[in-house]
Design a protein around this ligand. Structure first.
Ligand SMILES: C[S@@+](CC[C@H](N)C(=O)[O-])C[C@H]1O[C@@H](n2cnc3c(N)ncnc32)[C@H](O)[C@@H]1O
Length: 200
């Protein structure tokens, strides 16, 4: 699979807005989900580990799943995550993992996955009974968030009610949304939600 992030990964962590976004997602996650030091979690589309870095001190172990070698190479260099975060480079939607987690979290990765129903079903399979999910992404937008030439973008954000219906259909309960951040670009602002839910 082509690494669509090979250029972006070089300066990914130098963007202050990205750091603030990861922090805001993590703060909302911590406010909505009771983390504990025994928890094993998956970060789906972990990238360079911005969200992992915020959550790692509160849990036992994080499995960072991503399909980009270059993004994961940046994560691997982070001293603070050594021993706490394990890396798996695998498209788990195509080739699912035989592992179970107490929580699956994800930041800004949903719009890169074409089949949302399949993604939700696979993530649910990877959760323990009473496991949690916390997914952050853009609210529905007009297609101007990414440059026209950007590859691997399958959704211009998400309509919350539609996503909620898909989650209910898959058997999740207590589904709730919080606006955690607004990404301000030249002429427009793009709200980011965190959706949290539990397995029935
Ligand atoms: C916009 S970046 C976000 C990275 C990180 N979560 C963050 O907030 O900084 C999206 C990430 O999702 C990864 N990705 C895209 N499709 C994926 C898939 N099917 N499975 C795992 N990772 C995927 C990309 O390689 C990329 O690292």
């Amino acid at each position: 699979m082509a690494d669509l992030f090979s250029e972006k990964s070089k300066d990914w962590d130098k963007n202050e807005r990205r750091l603030m976004l990861a922090k805001s997602i993590a703060n909302s996650l911590k406010a909505n989900i009771p983390l504990n030091p025994n928890m094993e979690i998956m970060d789906f589309g972990a990238g360079t580990g911005l969200l992992c870095s915020q959550i790692a001190p509160n849990v036992n172990k994080i499995i960072a799943v991503d399909t980009s070698d270059s993004m994961l190479a940046k994560l691997e260099q982070k001293e603070g995550l050594k021993g706490k975060v394990e890396i798996i480079n695998q498209d788990i939607i195509e080739n699912p993992l035989a592992m179970k987690f107490d929580l699956i979290m994800s930041a800004m990765t949903l719009h890169h996955v074409e089949n949302t129903d399949r993604m939700i079903a696979i993530l649910k399979e990877n959760l323990n009974p009473r496991g949690w999910i916390a997914l952050a992404d853009l609210d529905a937008e007009d297609g101007t968030f990414h440059p026209k030439e950007a590859q691997g973008i399958f959704h211009h954000g998400f309509v919350r009610a539609d996503l909620k219906a898909k989650m209910e259909q898959a058997g999740f309960i207590d589904i709730s949304f919080t606006t955690v951040f607004t990404i301000q670009k030249e002429t427009q602002s793009f709200p980011v939600f965190l959706m949290t839910a539990k397995v029935k």
